[in-house]
Write a protein that binds this ligand. Structure first.
Ligand code: NAP
Length: 288
């Protein structure tokens, strides 16, 4: 089965468009503030996807673009502005920030209630405690959204995650644990990696190593979500995943492609968080 991210995204967009309609009828236009320092191609590309996902569902976008040379104070002023602007419900802050800006100072300045990409300590605490407060990092939640969309029940199953970053591996592990999977997190020091991965029912691969996970990692019956987005090793056009799709696909029960997998869902999850943030405002008080 192809775990097609575009299909999962289309279904999500349909639900979101109805939620936005409901909020607009109450006079609320869910709005995302996008804060970017500099113009890295990857940031510009995601900004475009975010604007598209928001546009498709009726979420408005306000852009705050600063030059690469902007100081930490310049950026903190923008963060204060979006924090205080009641018409902005959620904020996407592109990271990593330039080296002259202290990441911890800036991300902690953002109001947790507007932290729709799960970068503040408040969002991380909510994920850790399972309290439902805050927002999970969008890419990690996209992996779960794909499994949910294709009705892959993770409860009681063995899930193995390759990668332990704070944006994907760790939050994906907590989200799967919350859904009653038994979770193992692997990383660059893990021994017998192929054997550990073969024991899993659900495999999430987020290591950033192009086409490095081949057939020796897989067995029949597994569902594989490939998060990797990498330049092709042969220098060809486009991107590729971490998994050797052609080797894994004939073996496993389901796999997400790259492109057209997790990346297609991430911006929709971001838009869905903005809608939730707008709905949570005291005067609206809807739980989506
Ligand atoms: P990262 O911060 O570099 O983390 C990579 C993780 O993989 C680290 O925990 C590292 O282990 C582990 N790792 C590296 N090589 C390994 C190996 N050979 N075996 C096992 N584990 C290994 O990367 P990231 O930000 O999480 O991103 C991962 C991938 O996802 C990248 O390709 C990125 O482009 C992609 N991505 C996709 C989306 C999307 O929407 N689709 C969004 C963001 C990122 P150590 O901790 O031991 O170093």
């Amino acid at each position: 089965m192809l775990l097609n991210g575009k299909e999962a995204a289309a279904a999500l967009k349909e639900t979101m468009a109805k939620q936005v309609e409901y909020l607009k009828a109450k006079g609320v236009v869910p709005t995302l503030g996008i804060v970017r320092v500099g113009g890295k191609p990857a940031d510009l590309s995601y900004e475009k996807s975010a604007a598209k996902a928001c546009g498709d569902t009726g979420v408005a976008v306000k852009n705050y673009a600063l030059p690469e040379t902007a100081s930490q104070d310049d950026l903190l002023k923008v963060i204060k502005e979006v924090n205080e602007d009641e018409s902005v419900h959620g904020v996407l802050l592109f990271r990593p920030l330039p080296p002259h800006i202290n990441d911890n100072v800036v991300r902690r300045a953002l109001l947790p209630a507007k932290d729709v990409d799960g970068i503040t300590d408040g969002s991380m605490a909510g994920l850790y405690s399972g309290s439902g407060e805050g927002y999970a990092p969008c890419t990690a939640e996209s992996c779960i959204q794909i499994l949910d969309h294709f009705k892959i029940d993770v409860a009681g199953k063995k899930a193995v995650i390759l990668g332990r970053s704070t944006v994907i591996g760790k939050p994906a592990a907590l989200l799967l644990l919350e859904k009653n999977a038994t979770v193992t997190i692997c990383h660059s020091k893990t021994r017998n990696l192929p054997q550990t991965v073969r024991e899993a029912d659900i495999v999430i691969v987020a290591i950033g190593r192009a086409l490095s996970v081949g057939k020796e990692y897989f067995r029949a019956g597994q569902y594989v979500v490939d998060v990797g987005v990498n330049p092709k090793p042969d220098g060809g056009k486009g991107v590729c995943g971490d998994v050797k799709f052609d080797e894994a696909e004939p073996i496993v029960a389901g796999i997400s492609p790259v492109p057209g997998g997790v990346g297609s869902v991430t911006a929709c999850i971001l838009a869905s968080h903005v809608i939730r943030a707008a709905a949570k405002q005291p005067e609206n008080t809807v739980m989506f």
